[in-house]
Write a protein that binds this ligand. Structure first.
Ligand code: PMP
Length: 304
């Protein structure tokens, strides 16, 4: 990943990919106190465009605010940096990774001379959970790892350290032969995937966990808006594990995962054991939206 051509925006400048480095005493590397985003740009009829750029940047700033991390750049500069990395790397579609981290200016939890550094990289990334799975659905397993408690890590923040929990759950699921993990919250209710929000469908109504310890996903918000436009009811509520087992359909939503159908949970087929009709409809609409093939919400696409 590090050894390739291209440009990365680092602290206000475009630097060659191989030279975008930081010292081993980088504070965030030691303690995980940093914030990041996962954003996508898609090919549209008008050229490459970033989907819901402003919302991602706003969430990045909220994450920093939650962690008490002073941001050295304004939102507009980081928006421009994200457009620039797509454009200057010649990408027509991309996954974009902005991150803000404490540098190597000090060590120890009490360090008070730390500076916040920002980087933005972009690269080509296809279907996160596989092309075939986008059609047929994935197999998931309830994780033995519990999702964060709301007063242990801060779940509204997309913070680096929070992802240790995600990786433990994902590695366990992959090792056991599944495609993704489903994490329950500290009370045992269904929360989210390692990097995705979850929806289930029952009798034509969609249900998604209310936002306690799940990330406030931008794809989740998009799906809810698309459902409104289709006249589909979405209920945010506490969901139990067995409600997922008996759902007619289930899917994950996320910037990387987009809309990924779930065909099996803990060895139990969901509905017909393949992508359900409502999932298929929403998935198609989502791709139309991100690729600029719908007239609605032109403000969600920022040309690079
Ligand atoms: N939950 C977690 C834990 C995530 O990492 C992500 C990916 N950012 C999501 C949900 C989905 O969020 P979004 O739709 O904004 O990508």
């Amino acid at each position: 990943m590090a050894d390739r051509d291209g440009l990365i925006w680092l602290d206000g400048e475009m630097v060659p990919w191989r030279e975008a480095k930081t010292h081993v005493l980088t504070h965030t590397l030691h303690y995980g106190m940093g914030v990041f985003e996962g954003v996508r740009a898609y090919q549209t009829p008008k050229g490459a465009a970033i989907f819901r750029l402003q919302e991602h940047t706003d969430r990045l700033f909220n994450s920093a605010h939650i962690l008490g991390m002073p941001m050295p750049w304004d939102r507009e500069t980081l928006n421009r940096a994200q457009c620039a990395v797509v454009r200057e790397n010649g990408l027509d579609s991309a996954y974009i990774r902005p991150m803000c981290f404490y540098g190597p200016e000090g060590m120890g939890l009490r360090a008070d001379n730390l500076e916040v550094h920002c980087m933005v990289a972009a690269w080509s990334w296809g279907a996160y959970l596989g092309e075939d799975n986008m059609r047929n659905g994935i197999r998931i397993k309830v994780s033995s790892f519990t999702r964060h408690h709301v007063n242990i890590t801060m779940c509204r923040a997309k913070a680096n350290g929070n992802y240790m929990n995600s990786m433990m759950a994902l590695q366990e699921a992959l090792r056991d032969g599944y495609d993704e993990a489903l994490l329950l919250d500290a009370s045992g209710y269904v929360m989210e995937g390692s990097g995705e929000n979850i929806f289930i469908v029952r009798d034509g109504v969609l249900y998604t966990p209310d936002l306690t310890s799940a990330l406030d996903g931008i794809t989740r918000r998009t799906v809810i808006t698309l459902c409104d436009e289709l006249g589909l009811k979405v209920v945010e509520k506490r969901i139990t594990r067995d409600e997922v087992y008996i759902a007619d359909e289930a899917f994950f939503s996320g910037t990387a995962a987009e809309v990924t159908p779930i065909r099996e949970v803990d060895g139990r087929a969901i509905g017909a054991g393949t992508r359900g009709p409502i999932t298929e409809k929403l998935q198609g609409l989502y791709f139309d939206q991100v690729h600029g093939r719908r007239d609605q919400h032109p403000e969600w696409l920022s040309l690079v």
